[in-house]
Design a protein around this ligand. Structure first.
Ligand code: NAD
Length: 296
């Protein structure tokens, strides 16, 4: 069992930390929000006063922070995790952030002689609680092998996507595909409504024809055809529109920085920007079907 420093105990980090404790790991935990820290203490962690303190006696340091700037602030500089971490410690950032920051912080860690991986997740709060997250890991083979037993305590599918930053790359490419395909499915179903074609009939035909995709067969945006989809519970998330917008903006920043042509990704980002701006941040992203109908 490992001595782990855990920084960022929010909606995702809190249950992830609890699963590490359940698996028998020792945890020094830190969050700027006292209530989050108290919850981790109640689950069996030792609360400490900074990210650097959480890192200082740890074999593995895990961060689960909101965005790239938080990750830079936590890792870099004289009071950061990279300086504070023990010689030979493994650094694991599970936040969803931009590829550039992931690579810059990974490089700073390497210069200090410390292994670091980016390991963003999918699976949401439900997956974090049930320890069934998917991890997409960027970093060296050796760092991946070291991290795997720890990640296994929090997730079910652990993928090595390549070198530093490739975990983030996999995450934003996947979610850009998901957003575009969801909008496409929503457009198909709203056009069918205007044409007098029943939802179930369209589903039965398209789900076995060439329009088939995950957004339709696992997460259908209209009630009925897929009983487990958020459309059947008034679009309670699931995966919020705000989270999807964050990931789409990361994909578009990356497309600009690395000179990729992603016109449909750009359109999806604009659409979800409007949708979230109309007060829909906290509903499931598939509720964009109502925006296309003009009812949300
Ligand atoms: P959250 O806002 O609930 O948690 C972030 C935590 O970090 C908060 O408790 C905050 O107080 C803490 N924090 C911020 N700055 C800090 C600092 N300097 N030091 C210590 N703690 C600090 O967010 P979340 O939903 O847990 O998401 C975390 C990351 O996971 C994000 O990058 C998000 O995009 C990604 N993610 C979230 C979900 C989801 O469904 N919530 C799914 C997949 C990925």
């Amino acid at each position: 069992m490992a001595r782990i420093g855990f920084v960022g105990l929010g909606n995702m980090g809190g249950p992830m930390a609890a699963n590490l404790l359940k698996a028998g790991h020792e945890l020094n935990a830190y969050d700027i929000v006292p209530a989050a820290l108290q919850a981790a203490e109640a689950a069996g962690a030792k609360a400490v006063g900074s990210g650097a303190q959480a890192a200082s006696a740890a074999e593995v340091v895990i961060t689960m922070l909101p965005a790239g700037q938080h990750v830079r602030d936590a890792y870099l500089g004289p009071d950061g995790i990279i300086v504070a971490a023990e010689e030979g410690a493994l650094l694991v950032d599970c936040s969803t952030i931009d590829v550039g920051t992931a690579r810059a912080v990974g490089e700073a860690a390497a210069e200090a002689g410390k292994d670091m991986i980016d390991a963003p997740v999918s699976g949401g709060v439900g997956g974090a609680e049930a320890a069934t997250l998917t991890f997409m890991v960027g970093g060296s083979d050796a760092a991946f092998e070291r991290a795997k037993p720890v990640l296994d305590a929090m997730g079910k599918n652990i993928f090595h996507a390549g070198g530093s930053g490739n975990g983030q790359a996999a995450k934003i490419c996947n979610n850009m595909i998901l957003a575009i395909s969801m909008v496409a499915v929503c457009e198909g179903f709203t056009l069918a409504e205007k044409l007098g074609l029943d939802h179930q009939k369209l589903f039965d035909i398209a789900s076995t024809a060439s329009g088939q995709c995950w957004s339709m067969t696992n997460y259908c945006p209209v009630p009925g055809p897929v009983p487990s989809s958020p459309a059947n519970r008034d679009f309670q998330p699931g995966f919020t529109a705000a989270m999807m917008l964050k990931d789409l903006r990361l994909s578009q920043d990356a497309a600009r920085e690395f000179d990729a042509t992603t016109p449909l990704g750009a359109e999806a980002a604009a659409l979800f920007g409007l949708f979230v701006g109309h007060g829909n941040a906290d509903v499931d992203f598939s509720a964009i079907v109502n925006f296309l109908r003009g009812t949300r």
